[in-house]
Design a binder for this molecule. Sequence first.
Ligand code: 13P
Ligand code: SF4
Length: 318
Amino acid sequence: MVFAALTAPAVPHDLPAAIDKLRQARKAVILAHYYQSPEIQDVADFIGDSLELSRQAAGTDAEVIVFCGVHFMAETAKILSPDKTVLLPDLEAGCSLADACPADAFAAFRAEHPDHLVVSYINCSAAVKAQSDLICTSSNAVRLVQQLPADRPVLFAPDQNLGRWVARESGRELTLWPGGCIVHETFSEQALLRLKLEHPRAEVIAHPECLPNLLDLADFIGSTSQLLRRAGTSEASTFLVLTEPGILHQMRQRLPQKTFLEVPGQDGCSCNACPYMRLNTLEKLWQCLERMEPAIELDEAIRLKALAPIQRMLELSA
Ligand code: 13P
Ligand code: SF4
């Protein structure tokens, strides 16, 4: 331990410059989700929603992918690019949706519905993806479910809020796995109603992982990228934003003339910051490039089974 502490390089003062140097030396690309901290977004090569990040991970010719997001995202990158080194700055960066859907319990649920097509939200483990017919993200879920054969019942996992919204929008009945996002389930309806009274001309934009009573109050519902685009095309100048506040960094940077307000959580808490996403820091990003770890490793049999429904998604939403 003492030896490691003596030989480990000191944390540089200028972390963005040090990250840039290592990015070039390692031939790495840095992908970041909109829920990352502003400092991480500012050093990333590409910022996107889950679908866009999957496409980047599948198409990059970099030798190393540093995934500033959560575990299922980095795992998806490894499934798509098995020969590349995929680094996640903090391996503990999980997701309440993935955690709420263990592979063995999911297998039992599927066994109870043997005739169902299985559509899984990308926020799940590789072992759950491996048991799915089709993967979706919040930006393509409605469109993909609409394309499924009408004579087959459909099981949707693991987000029941997204599933309810997809069922409503697509007109398809879905059997839902009872999972939820701890971040999006925290928004307070009362706080939103208060903000709407204070800003009567504001547009409410929401991520479909929110609870149905909040979605009923939204003017526009979509994935993080879709919310960002909507903020640009809408005539409104003030927005009440029902998703993780990391996205506000891009909204404010790209649209400085508009106002973006966070909706508080229940009891006024600011627990709408995703505790998993925020485990990644600029220092850990530098450190993982320096040490080339932690890297995502996957069982090849699981990877191949998980790859098929992801590829189907990419083909169907091209
Ligand atoms: P999208 O970026 O695909 O909208 O996903 C949101 C999310 O919760 C990711 O964990
Ligand atoms: Fe998972 Fe919710 Fe965090 Fe997204 S915001 S990573 S769904 S816990």
